[in-house]
Write a protein that binds this ligand. Structure first.
Ligand code: MN
Length: 249
């Protein structure tokens, strides 16, 4: 039971309105299932809009107790010193800049971070890691990671590394959805792999010596209403943010 309801920031994105009165107008948004997944476990969700003003980002971090780094479009390969290859997808460079600064500032402030899909890629890059710009650039044949079924459908198996936070939460393995064509290549030095798919693709990471900073490659927020086990990630995160608050105060 949480007495002190923690404020959980969710990194936002920019959506260019396709229809409506002002086509092309820029909207600040997150998918609603991030909001409900946090709220259903006792957290108070806040959407954090994209900005590249470092002072504003610092002020945003002051207002939150923990951060969910959300999913979205591909990360700009220039952010990890690679030129774009043929299969690189659309990018939103200002969002990369925003989230890299946001996640570093949140971790510097000692606040928990839960990174999802693109969020895991941003977390990895922010601390010196790199990506495969497309799964086809992995030399070994990979399983299908861009499922074509509904968002909540369990699509492939994820195996947890023993001793990791994800192993503690899920045990040996879990079934997940999968909506990514980019994959973590070099793991940032401060991080360790906590989960992999059958083909070796990295599906989870955590910060060495700090389990309150962790990431998953799949989209648990899309699964929470249909698969009770995925609520554990949000429930445990919200509790973690709440107990971290008590330590800080
Ligand atoms: Mn996958």
């Amino acid at each position: 039971m949480i007495n002190n309801k923690p404020i959980v920031g969710i990194s936002g994105s920019v959506y260019k309105d396709a229809n409506g009165r002002f086509p092309g107008y820029r909207l600040s948004f997150v998918n609603e299932d991030y909001v409900t997944s946090v709220e259903n476990e006792g957290g108070v969700p806040f959407i954090i809009p994209v900005t590249t003003n470092k002072q504003v980002i610092s002020n945003q971090v002051d207002q939150i107790d923990g951060l969910v780094l959300s999913g979205g479009v591909d990360v700009n390969p220039l952010s990890y010193d690679e030129e774009p290859l043929q299969n690189q997808g659309a990018i939103l460079p200002e969002r990369d800049e925003f989230e890299i600064e946001l996640v570093r500032a949140t971790i510097d402030a000692g606040k928990p971070v839960f990174a999802i899909c693109r969020g895991m890629h941003i977390l990895n890059i922010a601390y010196g890691g790199t990506l495969y710009q497309d799964i086809e650039y992995i030399s070994e044949p990979a399983i299908k990671h861009e499922q074509e079924s509904s968002p909540w459908v369990e699509s492939h198996t994820v195996h947890m590394e023993e001793g990791s936070y994800l192993h503690e939460l899920f045990g040996e393995k879990v079934l997940t959805n999968s909506f990514h064509h980019q994959v973590v290549k070099d793991v940032a030095p401060d991080f360790t792999v906590t989960a992999r798919a059958d083909d070796g693709v990295i599906e989870g990471m955590e910060k060495k010596g700090d389990r309150s900073v962790f990431a998953v490659q799949w989209h648990p927020e899309m699964m929470t209403t249909k698969h009770e086990n995925m609520r554990k990630l949000f429930n445990d995160f919200v509790e973690r943010v709440a107990s971290n608050l008590k330590v800080v105060k």
